[in-house]
Design a protein. Structure first.
Length: 589
C-alpha cells in the first residue's frame, strides 16, 4: 500500500451496498485472520441495532485502481469516544487489510483521527497475535498519541488439528463418563438429539424461546443477561437474517424428546465453529446440559474436515478449560492524546492487577468502590445536605431504634374480581419476560434477581398482568410459621397452623400510582382462601401509603409488633387489636 496512491474515505453510515459488501468480505478472507465478527454483515447488524448510542466511524482505504485495500470499522459515542464498532458484540475486533498493508493503513487511520481532533480511542478484543497491535504502537505514537496495551481476555479454543483424521481419531473431552450418564438421565424425557438451524425463518421463530431461556438462566446465576436489553435482541434478530443469507448462522439445539434443553447461538465461518451465546434449562443443571451440548459440537467438528477450530469465545468459565486444548489472547489498547489520562489508565490497571493478587484486597476495593458510587448517586439525587442527614439517621438507628410493624388479615374482598387483570404464578419464564420489559429499572432488576432463588423453595410467587401483557405487580406467599421479618430481625409465632404470609411486594416504577397493589393482594388472598388457609399481610408503620391501601381495602388490622433496639440487644412486644391471637411478649437478644 503506497500512501501516496491510497485514498482514505470516511463513512458515518454503512450503506446497504452489495458492491461494498462483496469487497469488504473479500478483504476479510485475505486478511490472514477471517472472523465472522469482521464481516460487513456483522457491522451492519450493529449499526441497525445500536444506532441510538453508537455512530459508525468507518475508514475505507482505496488504491489508485479504486480497489478496497483496508477497512477500519470504528464507532463514536455521544461523548466523542472512539472504539471498535463491534466491541460489545464481537469476540474479536481488528483492522482489515493484507498483513503487508497493515502498518501503513493503521498509521493513515490514526493520522486522520488526530487531524480530526479525536482525543481518546479504546480498542478492545484485538487479537494479541495480530500485526495490528505493533502497527498501532508505531502509527498512533507517530500521530502524537500515547499508547497502552493490556491483556483483555484469554479465549479458550479446541483445535481439531491435533487429531489424526486419517485414523478417525476422536477428540478427548474431559469427563466422558459423566457426559454419558447425564445424557442417559436426560433421555428419560425423550430421545436426545442435536439439530442445527441455519435458515433465517426457522431461527427467527426460535429466538423468543432462546431469549427467555438465556435471560432466565442468568437470573438464576444472579446476573442480568445482555438479552434483557431490547437493542441486543434487535441485534440478534438482524444478525440472524444477515448471516443466514450468507450461510454462516448455526443455531444449535439439544432436544430431549420435544423439549429443548440446551442452546447455542453460534456461527460456522471459514473453518471455525463459534460457541457464541449458549444457555440451557436451569432445572437440568445437575446434568450439565450445556457441557453435553458443547461436547457434541466438538465431536461433530472433529468428524468434519471443514473445521479446524471450535472457538469458545470470551469468558473464563471453568467448563471451557475442560474442553480447550489451546487459547487465543485478546488485548485492550488505550490510545490518548493527554498524558494525564494515559497515566491514570495505567495506574487503574496496576491497581486492578494488585487487587486480583489478593481476594481480601479485591473484596475491600470493590466494597469501597460500591460505597463511593452509592454515595455519589445519592448526593446527585438528593443533595449533600440530605445525604449527610440520611447518614446521621443510619448511624442513630444502628445504635438504637424503635420499629413498629402492623399485621392485617386478608379477608374475602370484592376487589378480587377483575376482568381486565390476570394473576399468574411466577416461574423462570415470567421473571425473564419481566426483566426484558423493565431493562432500565435497576430496582426492578434487583427485585427479579432476589426472586429467582425462591423458585424452588416452600413459597409461591404471583405476578399481575394488565391487558397489554405487562407485569405490573409482584408478590410472594409462604408459611407464616418460621418466617423471618427483616424489619424485626426475628420470627414470630404463627396465628394459626394454616396461616400464610404475603411478603415482598413490588410494583415497577413505570407502573406505580395506577392502583395495582390492592388487586394483587386481593387475588392472591382469594387463592389462599380457596385452599382453606388464612392470608396475612403486614406493613411497617412508617409506610403510610401501604397502610392506606390495606385499610382502604377493608382488611382488618389484627395486631402490631414493636421492636426496640439498643446496640446489640432488641425487645419485641406484640400488641393485640382484636382477641383473635393470644397476646404475648417476645424477647430476643
Amino acid at each position: 500500500m503506497d500512501g501516496k496512491r491510497v485514498r482514505l474515505s470516511v463513512l458515518r453510515q454503512i450503506p446497504e451496498d452489495p458492491a461494498l459488501r462483496r469487497d469488504w468480505n473479500a478483504l476479510v478472507a485475505r486478511s490472514g485472520d477471517a472472523q465472522v465478527f469482521y464481516t460487513y454483515e456483522w457491522a451492519l447488524a450493529v449499526q441497525r441495532a445500536y444506532s441510538e448510542v453508537l455512530r459508525p466511524f468507518i475508514f475505507l482505504a482505496y488504491d489508485e485502481a479504486n480497489a478496497l485495500r483496508g477497512v477500519a470499522a470504528l464507532a463514536e459515542s455521544a461523548e466523542k469516544e472512539v472504539s471498535f464498532l463491534c466491541a460489545t458484540t464481537g469476540d474479536y475486533c481488528d483492522f482489515l487489510s493484507s498483513r503487508e498493508d497493515r502498518a501503513e493503513f493503521v498509521a493513515s487511520v490514526f493520522s486522520a483521527l488526530r487531524a480530526g481532533n479525536t482525543a481518546s480511542v479504546t480498542l478492545t478484543n484485538l487479537p494479541a497475535d495480530s500485526p495490528t497491535e505493533k502497527a498501532i504502537r508505531k502509527g498512533a505514537r507517530d500521530a502524537g498519541y500515547h499508547v497502552f496495551a493490556r491483556l483483555a481476555y484469554d479465549c479458550a479454543q479446541y483445535s481439531t488439528k491435533v487429531l489424526d483424521r486419517a485414523k478417525n481419531e476422536k477428540p478427548r473431552v474431559a469427563r466422558p463418563k459423566m457426559i454419558r450418564r447425564a445424557l442417559k438421565a436426560m433421555s428419560a424425557g425423550g430421545t436426545i438429539r442435536v439439530d442445527h438451524i441455519q435458515s433465517a425463518g426457522a431461527a427467527a421463530d426460535l429466538l423468543p424461546a432462546f431469549t427467555r431461556a438465556h435471560v432466565g438462566r442468568f437470573l438464576v446465576t444472579n446476573r442480568i443477561s445482555n438479552l434483557a436489553r431490547p437493542e441486543r435482541r434487535v441485534f440478534l434478530s438482524e444478525l440472524t437474517h444477515l448471516l443466514a443469507d450468507s450461510g454462516w448462522l448455526c443455531l444449535t439445539r439439544m432436544m430431549a424428546g420435544d423439549r429443548i434443553i440446551a442452546w447455542n447461538y453460534g456461527f460456522r465461518f471459514h473453518g471455525s465453529w463459534f460457541w457464541y451465546q449458549p444457555t440451557f434449562e436451569s432445572d437440568l443443571e445437575k446434568h450439565s446440559p450445556g457441557y453435553c451440548l458443547l461436547a457434541k459440537i466438538v465431536e461433530e467438528a472433529a468428524e468434519n474436515p471443514e473445521f479446524h477450530t471450535v472457538d469458545l469465545g470470551l469468558g473464563a468459565e471453568d467448563y471451557k478449560g475442560r474442553v480447550a486444548n489451546q487459547s487465543r489472547k485478546t488485548l485492550c489498547v488505550n490510545v490518548d492524546t493527554a498524558l494525564t489520562r494515559h497515566l491514570m489508565t495505567m495506574c487503574r490497571y496496576g491497581a486492578s492487577r494488585l487487587a486480583q493478587a489478593s481476594p481480601v484486597i479485591e473484596k475491600a476495593l470493590r466494597s469501597g468502590r460500591d460505597a463511593l458510587q452509592f454515595l455519589k448517586k445519592r448526593v446527585n439525587t438528593d443533595g449533600s445536605k440530605a445525604t449527610f442527614l440520611w447518614g446521621l439517621r443510619r448511624l442513630r438507628t444502628s445504635c438504637f431504634s424503635r420499629d413498629e410493624v402492623l399485621f392485617y388479615e386478608f379477608t374475602a374482598n370484592s376487589l378480587a374480581k377483575s376482568n381486565s387483570l390476570t394473576l399468574v404464578s411466577i416461574d423462570l419464564d415470567v421473571l425473564a419476560e419481566a426483566a426484558m420489559q423493565y431493562p432500565d429499572e435497576e430496582g426492578t432488576l434487583a427485585y427479579l434477581l432476589r426472586c429467582a432463588p425462591r423458585l424452588h423453595k416452600d413459597c409461591s410467587g404471583f405476578a399481575l398482568l394488565n391487558p397489554q401483557g405487562e407485569f405490573v405487580h409482584f408478590t410472594w406467599a409462604g408459611p407464616f410459621s418460621g418466617f423471618h421479618w427483616s424489619e424485626l430481625n426475628s420470627t414470630l409465632p404463627s396465628p394459626s397452623p394454616d396461616s400464610v404470609i404475603l411478603f415482598d411486594s413490588w410494583t415497577p416504577v413505570a407502573q406505580r400510582g395506577k392502583g395495582y397493589y390492592a388487586p394483587t393482594l386481593a387475588l392472591v388472598s382469594e387463592r389462599i382462601h380457596q385452599q382453606g388457609k388464612r392470608a396475612w399481610g403486614f406493613s411497617a408503620a412508617t409506610n403510610t401509603s401501604s397502610i392506606r391501601g390495606l385499610e382502604k381495602m377493608g382488611f382488618p388490622r389484627r395486631f402490631t409488633v414493636v421492636r426496640r433496639k439498643l446496640l446489640w440487644w432488641q425487645w419485641l412486644k406484640q400488641e393485640m387489636v382484636e382477641s383473635t391471637v393470644n397476646p404475648e411478649v417476645l424477647t430476643a437478644c
